[in-house]
Design a protein around this ligand. Structure first.
Ligand code: DX5
Ligand code: ZN
Length: 229
């Protein structure tokens, strides 16, 4: 995939119907999703549990766009190979998840997939400064990870602006995750973000039988963000 900073909408299937992932993935892609965001939680790094590698492997054949796997697990290194083999196109690990983020990113790249590094709302950007040359994406959390449907934390806007400055002309995406809506998307897009994760704001009001609602939601977030970029 060639690099650009156009707005990409990455619906989080954490807000999908858990009994119907194949159809949900097809529905959001047909309705304009650019990436599919998969939230992996371990009940330890975050207080919730979601998808092991076999689940992610089962999603893979349904994803025609780009499978973006957000690992909220600690430790992370022992599981990187399994999630790569499950078919992730990008694996993002949290800087807070272990003492050796540099090694973790090297391990992700060694699997031949794209690598992202995530920072929680309370974590300074300085913690990732020295790995920026290794990564394809920085994920700025705008909620404390663990659950969908939380309120956007506004300090993420200034953090995004500073992250964009740190990146300079390097080909690194900035992804925002948590509380993205038509109200908050323009703030982070103006600050330099290009990949917007949205769970509740994409899936609200829709279903696989009412998939045009997903499309309306995706188009509204994209339009709000593009107008501000
Ligand atoms: C939070 C997850 C997010 C979350 C986003 O831990 O990483 O991807 O599902 O959900 P919304 O968009 O509802 O805040
Ligand atoms: Zn996520």
């Amino acid at each position: 995939m060639s690099f650009d900073r156009s707005i990409k909408i990455a619906p989080s299937i954490l807000s999908a119907d858990f009994a119907n992932f194949g159809q949900e993935i097809r529905a959001i892609e047909e309705q304009g999703a650019d990436w599919v965001h998969v939230d992996v939680m371990d009940g330890h790094f975050v207080p919730n549990l979601t998808f092991g590698p076999p689940a992610v492997k089962a999603f893979r054949p349904h994803v025609k766009t780009f499978m973006d796997v957000h690992l909220m697990i600690a430790p992370v290194d022992p599981y990187i190979e399994a999630y790569a083999e499950a078919g992730a196109d990008m694996i993002t690990a949290h800087v807070e998840a272990g003492p050796h983020i540099h090694r973790t990113i090297q391990a992700i790249k060694a699997q031949g997939v794209k690598a992202g590094v995530a920072v929680n709302p309370g974590t300074p950007l300085e913690s990732i400064e020295h790995v920026l040359d290794l990564v394809d994406m920085v994920l700025i959390m705008t909620v404390n990870p663990g659950f969908g449907g939380q309120k956007f934390i506004h300090s993420g806007v200034e953090k995004t602006r500073r992250c964009r400055e740190m990146i300079g002309d390097r080909e690194i995406h900035i992804q925002i995750d948590g509380g993205v809506t038509t109200e908050t998307a323009p703030l982070v897009a103006a600050a330099g973000a290009d990949v917007l994760v949205a769970g509740s704001a994409v899936f609200k009001g829709g279903s696989v039988d009412q998939a045009q609602v997903y499309g309306d939601n995706i188009r509204a977030i994209r339009a709000a963000a593009e107008a501000a970029q």
